[in-house]
Design a protein around this ligand. Sequence first.
Ligand SMILES: [Mg+2]
Length: 398
Amino acid sequence: MRFPAVLIKVSDCTSRVPVLLSFQAHGIFSRLQAKPQRECDSSYLLWTIRLFRNGNARSSFGIAFDIDGVILRGQVPVGGSPQALGRLYDDSGATKVPFLFLTNGGGVPESRRAIELSGLLGVNILPSQVVQGHSPFRNLLNRYEYELIVATGKGEPAVVMSEYGFKKVLSLEEYASYFENIDPVSQYKKWTTCDLATKARQHEMFEPDYDIFSEKVRAAFVVSDPVDWGRDIQVLCDILKSGGLPDKHYGDQPALYFAADDLEYQAAFPTKRLGVGAFRIALECIFNRIHNKPLQYTSYGKPNPFVFKNAETILRKIQLNDKNEDAQSHSFETIYMIGDNPPVDIKGAKQAGHPWFSILTRTGVFRGKDNDPDFPADRVVDTVEEAVEYILQRECCL
Ligand SMILES: [Mg+2]
């Protein structure tokens, strides 16, 4: 909580470094932090005062970390990320600063991603601190909870959607396996042909209580980067063109949702890789050539402003530690977005406006010497460790 700036006479308080003072006011506050902002005239400094509640310190700032190219490259931490995150915890292991991961990636449930990140980074990450590109799909539950939907992408897209509560969900791979010859080159794909016996057994064990061949697919979800672009484009075109049943020809296009729209992203390979946005372009180009109506779709993920609004709400809840308080009652003065991708992370934070402050690292997509010319960040640093150092200094936490 930061109170209005106050003037303190230099002769009364000569130090220009942040100071902590103890005081008691109506038993509500226990700690006061002050830092000099600027000199107003020869004898006065403008100070800002921050008060902390007894036993319930609230931070006036929060941090959102992108993952790929900032925290990890592939499965390897980069930019001193374990050290950077370690600075956000106190000796007891409790977080000193509310933070979350805001990534367009995904493919596994948030609970599992939190365990993976905890192991890789050596700190305790909670599922509530992991916001993936597909996390907002759970908000579509009331629309498709009992409808047949398909989900595609690396990892376990159908498991992700099932965990959100969708009752009738199949992976696109599983769905396609019911339709003989739907992928005319499947016999050349060694990674699928060797698994045909397993698939046949799975069909015997898991027999849906609805008829795949008469039940229309109501929505298709691209949860993460598709693995088999050729098959997915073919089967999605079949579903979307036909109105929800691949070998029929009627009906309006079912809904189509993408978890993100990144054209490229930084993975383990030295140069950028094609992302979900590249897949969307490929699908859209082909669909629009073979169908008389243009593809209709909705893309989630950064830089969409609602993603940043949602992240702000989640940070408020993290700040309140899930106590039974109204998350809207607390607001941050600053939320730092630390990202590596100018048109995704920096553009998004800029569009979101106050209280977002963008920091661009050089460990991923962006490698420039200066700032990005198209989407300049508020601050450019080499690594996430440097970004956290800058934030803690700026917020007088050192
Ligand atoms: Mg990134």
